[in-house]
Structure formats: structure tokens, C-alpha cells
Design a protein around this ligand. Structure first.
Ligand code: ADP
Length: 472
């Protein structure tokens, strides 16, 4: 649920709860506190009942009147029933002590009724028995039993009570809403704290941090965005670390790769300079070695230079319409002597006709050379290298296959990466810097083509290059 919707629902729920609580507390207070007790109507009823019963007596008999009083007092709890003879010769009460003893006192008391400060309220009636004797019967109610909210005699107090009830209701409502707000804000604060903690950790350099909050509201979305951001930055940091490692590895590899042939060159040159050779044949052999090592060093440096040019985007293609079949044949001719020397059989499977593609001739020649170099370097033991070219309406495919050592499965996905070599030892005398296929890949990508590899360990390798035919 969205946060705004949540706040509105919580607001409405807290209002509903408050209204219900307010309603129940006020009605409880009214019913059990303010409305409880005796009012004048009840007192009138009681006095009328006593009056009726006494009026049925044949004459005034104090003990019977006392009984009637007790009965009425019993029925109307909280009331005191009293009687005074007209001549004030006797009086009776259901209380412990007589409250009103004289007619004068009774009249005074009745006249005080509209004043709230009274300690007790009373109503009185004159009663005449069957024989015509008269007396007064009184119903007295002490303050604690009188109804608190009795507006027409008790306005001030009623207002006070109402105020108290309303304030109590408000207090309860306020407490309920505060409680709801507290519960809601507590969960929100907890989530914000969580996020804050995550951000703080992130700030301290822990880029792997993720904050757990699966809720779908705005805070949840904020957390999700933070997690995504942290994830991306972490990824970048990892890539940077990896690049840093690779750079370090590169420096050490280049140094190693260049040092080996250079040491030989230095060693053999030293021998020649100091005349440490037996005859002219040996001298020529040393010169040959120096020449080969120098060529190898030049090749490595060339690769490195090409790669750095490619990497910084400095390579510009000079495209022209070229027959890839013809170009491949021309390159293959260069390789015939070295294949022959290694007793490698070359199979050429190039379809008749021309395979015209828009390419940079020099760069694609380099691709073919690189693939052939690899096929010879790593596949010569299979003694067969096959080169095929297939034409399709929208592309031309160049296949270079060998039956050599093959590439292990786990290395397949890496061979186009820069500086990747299956043989990590870098001691292979034929091995390069692991840049050949990375350069090939870059060149093919620049031609909007693709390159792929299929290989089985011990069963050779096939590299397929696809170059699209651009419709003009
Ligand atoms: P390098 O300059 O070391 O030859 P490449 O980028 O040309 O580097 O090739 C990367 C790695 O892929 C090589 O080190 C080699 O282990 C493997 N590789 C490439 N071509 C072949 C192949 N035809 N047969 C077996 N392994 C190959």
C-alpha cells in the first residue's frame, strides 16, 4: 500500500476508533456517574406512594406509618422517608436520626431547592388519614444519592459534569490517536533507521550492503532504489578491482613475455661479441636465434600496440569491397611453407565464385592471420587445418578448423578476453600475450560481425567468423 494511502487509512481508522471510544466512555460516564441517582420525579413518586398508603389508615398510628416509611425506603433505595405531625408532637424517620424535625424547618428546606449547594433535597406532602387527621410526609435524598446531571435544579454542576465528561472523552480520543500515530510512526521510523544504517555502512565503504524492506510503499521503493544503487556501485567497484588486478597482471605478463626473448637476444649477442662459438655454422645459428627472438619481440610489441590502439578507439577502418575468398587464399599462400615445415595438411573449402564484403582489407587479413597462427600454434599436433568460406544472402562465414589440443570447456567463454591464455604458465615457447583473439574480436565487432568458438579438448577447435553483407 502506498504511504499516502496508509497515512489516510490510519488517520481514518484512528478517527473511527476515537469516535467509538469517545461514544462508549461518555455514555458509560453518563450512565454510571452523571445519570445515576435519584431525581425529583422519583422522589415525587415515592412520596405519592407513601401518601396513598398512609391515607388508607383509619387514623394516625405511628408504628404503622413507620412501617409504611420503611417499605417505601426499601423500595426506593437512597431515599429517607420522614413524617411530622402537623402540631409537631411527633415525628418519624427511616434514617438513624431525624433530618427535619419541624414544619418550619421543612418549609425552609423546600424553598432551598434550586440551590445546588444543598446537602440534601426533599419533597413533602400533606396526608390525611380516614378519620381526617393530617400530617406531613417527606422524602429526603442526601446529596450523594441525588442525580448529578439534573439540569433544572443543578445547571452549574451539570455544566461541570458535562465538561468533565467531554474532556475525559477528548483525552481518551487524544490518547487513542496519539497511540495510533505512535504505532505507525514507530514502524516507519524503524524502517528509516534501517535504511539510514544501510546508508551509513555504505558511506563507510561497505558497498555490499543491502537493506531488507520488502514493503511496496514509498519507503520500500526508496530502499529498493538504494539497494539497486548499492548493487550497481558494488558491481563497478568489483569491475574496477578486477581491472586493477588485470592491469597489474598485465604489467607482470608483459615484462615476463618480453624479458624471455630479450634475455636470449642479450645472451647470444654476448656470445657472438666475445667470440664464444665454434665455427661459422654455430655463429649463423646464433644469429638465426637472435633474429627469430627479435621478430617474436617485435610481434608481441606490435600486438600490444594494436590492442592499445583498439582499446582507445584509435582504429579507423578503411572499408572497400573485397572478395573474402580471394583475400583468404592470398593469406593462406603465405602460410604454406610453415605448414609444410610442420607437416600440416591444409584443407581449403571455398565455394566457387566471389564472396564480396565491405571490409578493411588489412584488418581482416590480420584476423585471418591470427586465426591461422593459433591453429598452427595450438593445433599443429592434429596435422590438419581446414579453412572454409560459405556465402549466404546476408553474410559470409569464415571457418578455421584444426584437429589439435582443443580448448577446455571452462576456458571457452574467456578466450576472447584480453590477456586470457589457457596455459597460464606463460612458459609455452609459442604462446603469445593472450591478446590475439581479443584483437580479432574487436576488429570483427567493428565490422558489425560476430565471432564464435566450438572446441572439444583433444578434438580440435573451430573458430567461426561471420561478416554481414551490407546492402547498398
Ligand atoms: P595468444 O596470443 O596467447 O595466442 P589468443 O588471444 O590468440 O592469445 O588466444 C587465447 C588463448 O586461447 C590462447 O592462449 C590459447 O590457449 C587458446 N587458443 C586460441 N586458439 C586456439 C586453438 N586453435 N586451439 C587451442 N587453443 C587455442
Amino acid at each position: 500500500m502506498k504511504l499516502r494511502l496508509k497515512i489516510i487509512s490510519i488517520f481514518l481508522v484512528s478517527i473511527a476508533i476515537s469516535v467509538i471510544v469517545f461514544f462508549y466512555t461518555t455514555s458509560y460516564l453518563v450512565e454510571h456517574v452523571a445519570w445515576k441517582g435519584i431525581n425529583f420525579e422519583m422522589m415525587d413518586k415515592a412520596v405519592a406512594e407513601a401518601q396513598t398508603k398512609i391515607s388508607l389508615l383509619s387514623k394516625i398510628e405511628e408504628n404503622k406509618i413507620q412501617i409504611i416509611g420503611e417499605e417505601v425506603a426499601e423500595k426506593y433505595q437512597g431515599m429517607i422517608i420522614e413524617a411530622i405531625s402537623k402540631d409537631e408532637s411527633w415525628y418519624l424517620t427511616t434514617a438513624k436520626t431525624q433530618q427535619i424535625k419541624t414544619v418550619h424547618e421543612m418549609l425552609n428546606h423546600l424553598s432551598e431547592h434550586n440551590k445546588y449547594q444543598q446537602k440534601q433535597w426533599s419533597v413533602a406532602k400533606e396526608v390525611t388519614t380516614q378519620n381526617g387527621e393530617s400530617m406531613y410526609v417527606l422524602v429526603i435524598v442526601p446529596q450523594e444519592h441525588f442525580r448529578l446531571l439534573y439540569w433544572h435544579i443543578n445547571g452549574d454542576q451539570g455544566l461541570k459534569v458535562t465538561r468533565t465528561i467531554v474532556s475525559a472523552g477528548f483525552m481518551i480520543t487524544l490518547t487513542v490517536s496519539t497511540f495510533c500515530a505512535f504505532i505507525f510512526s514507530r514502524s516507519m521510523l524503524k524502517r528509516f533507521n534501517h535504511l539510514y544504517h544501510g546508508i551509513a555502512q555504505f558511506g563507510l565503504g561497505n558497498t555490499k550492503v543491502t537493506v531488507d524492506d520488502k514493503k511496496k510503499d514509498e519507503i520500500g521503493e526508496l530502499v529498493h532504489t538504494f539497494n539497486q544503487m548499492a548493487y550497481k556501485i558494488n558491481e563497478q567497484v568489483e569491475v574496477q578491482k578486477e581491472q586493477e588486478n588485470k592491469r597489474r597482471e598485465l604489467v607482470s605478463n608483459i615484462s615476463h613475455d618480453l624479458r624471455t626473448p630479450l634475455s636470449s637476444i642479450v645472451g647470444y649477442t654476448e656470445s657472438l661479441r666475445n667470440g664464444i662459438y665454434d665455427d661459422e655454422a654455430e655463429q649463423n645459428q646464433y644469429l638465426e636465434i637472435i633474429y627469430k627472438k627479435a621478430l617474436y619481440t617485435e610481434k608481441l610489441l606490435g600486438e600490444l600496440l594494436d590492442f592499445s590502439r583498439l582499446e582507445c578507439g584509435a582504429l579507423t577502418l578503411y572499408k572497400e569491397k573485397v572478395d573474402l575468398a580471394e583475400l583468404t587464399r592470398a593469406v593462406l599462400i603465405e602460410y604454406l611453407p610453415s605448414m609444410e615445415e610442420r607437416q600440416i595438411e591444409l584443407g581449403v573449402d571455398i565455394e566457387e565464385g566471389i564472396a564480396l564484403v565491405e571490409i578493411d582489407k588489412a584488418q581482416i587479413s590480420r584476423v585471418i592471420r591470427n586465426l591461422l597462427d593459433n591453429a598452427i600454434k595450438y593445433g599443429s599436433q592434429g596435422k590438419i587445418i581446414r579453412v572454409s568460406i560459405k556465402r549466404y544472402s546476408n553474410r559470409v562465414e569464415l571457418w578455421v578448423m584444426d584437429k589439435g589440443q582443443g580448448i577446455p570447456k571452462d576456458a571457452l567463454e574467456h578466450i576472447f578476453e584480453r590477456f586470457y591464455r589457457v596455459d597460464k604458465s606463460r612458459n609455452t615457447k609459442e604462446g603469445g600475450m593472450g591478446l590475439g583473439l581479443a584483437i580479432v574480436d574487436e576488429i570483427i565487432k567493428k565490422h558489425k560481425g560476430t565471432i564464435s568458438v566450438a572446441s572439444e579438448t583433444g578434438d580440435g577447435t573451430t573458430i567461426t567468423v561471420v561478416i554481414p553483407i551490407e546492402k547498398s
